[in-house]
Ligand binder design. Structure first.
Ligand code: DAK
Length: 257
């Protein structure tokens, strides 16, 4: 598959999608949005891939949606065009998606990172929702995912008053899982993803679905989702293998079956 605005590669069981509009600070135009989600969906289907990374470059993960493309859009266009619905495709990816963020993650870039399952941040990463400075508000989950992650008051400050978080603050407030040096930040993310990719794939999938339920349902419904995801794992070869390997004091050999 040839893409114009992203690069894709695989390293072992880890698939990597690199946003590649460096001259525009990796701002998401419609082409890049489509390509990113096509690539993610294709990696999600690839049996040889167990974890996915989305990254940008050292200076910018992504500076948001492409303002130049969006500036003259009408209300009806925003409501009806693909540019709105396309962002939701991230919710359909079943394998873990890790954002490796260096430099700017602003607006839609920050929202995209927050839509991923985990974030590895380089020391230069900066997270913010500056939409207020161009007369709008976040539209891809920024007000919701951010508030759930960092709490109401800090989310308010970020969304209403353009407070930008440093990488250190992102770690402190639970946005970033790890803080790593800028140099080699992608390698660090790959090492992180590779460990995840080495785990029982079906259990990882069920785990992701279950944790996500914690943010989308009541506790009672979430606990029911967890149970619905727990029991079927006893129908998998990997559950037998994992528990036998523990008893036999050896490393499990996962089949993803
Ligand atoms: N869009 C288009 N071009 C951008 C851009 C963006 N978001 N960000 C940067 N660029 C371009 C700049 O225009 C410049 O292009 P040239 O002038 O060279 O042609 C080039 O990238 C380099 O940028 P700067 O010269 O500004 O570089 P600096 O290092 O000085 O500053 C910066 C970097 C990232 C701090 C700055 O560029 C900046 O503030 N960028 C804008 C950040 C921003 O406001 N982001 C929010 C955009 S609104 C929705 C889904 C999503 C969204 C909305 C709805 N639905 C599903 C409903 C998302 C909205 C947004 O993200």
């Amino acid at each position: 598959m040839t893409y114009n605005t992203i690069l894709t590669e695989t390293r072992g069981r880890v698939g990597i999608v690199t946003l590649n509009r460096p001259k525009a600070m990796n701002a998401f135009n419609l082409v890049m949005l489509g390509e990113v989600f096509d690539a993610l969906e294709s990696l999600d289907k690839d049996e040889n891939i167990n974890a996915i990374i989305v990254t940008g470059n050292e200076k910018a993960f992504a500076a948001g949606a492409d303002i130049k493309e969006m500036a003259e859009a009408s209300y009806v266009q925003m409501l009806t065009e693909e540019r709105v619905q396309v962002w939701d495709r991230i919710r359909g990816i079943r394998k873990p998606v890790i954002a490796a963020v260096s430099g700017w993650a602003l607006g839609g870039g920050c929202e995209f990172a927050l839509s991923c399952d985990m974030i590895i941040a380089s020391e230069s990463a900066k997270f913010g929702q500056p939409e207020i400075t161009i007369g709008v508000i976040p539209g891809a989950g920024g007000t919701q995912r951010l508030a759930r992650l960092v709490g109401k008051h800090l989310a308010m400050e970020m969304v209403i008053n353009n407070r930008t978080l440093t990488a250190q603050e992102a770690l402190q407030f639970g946005i970033a899982n790890r803080l790593v040096p800028v140099e080699g930040y992608l390698d660090a993310a790959v090492a992180f993803a590779d460990e995840i990719a080495s785990r029982a794939p079906l259990a990882v999938r069920m785990a992701k679905d279950s944790v996500n339920a914690a943010f989308e349902t009541t506790l009672t419904e979430g606990l029911a989702v967890e149970k619905r995801n727990f029991y079927p794992l006893f129908a998998t070869e990997d559950q037998k293998e994992g528990m036998r390997a523990f008893v036999e004091k050896r490393k499990a050999d996962w089949k993803g079956k």
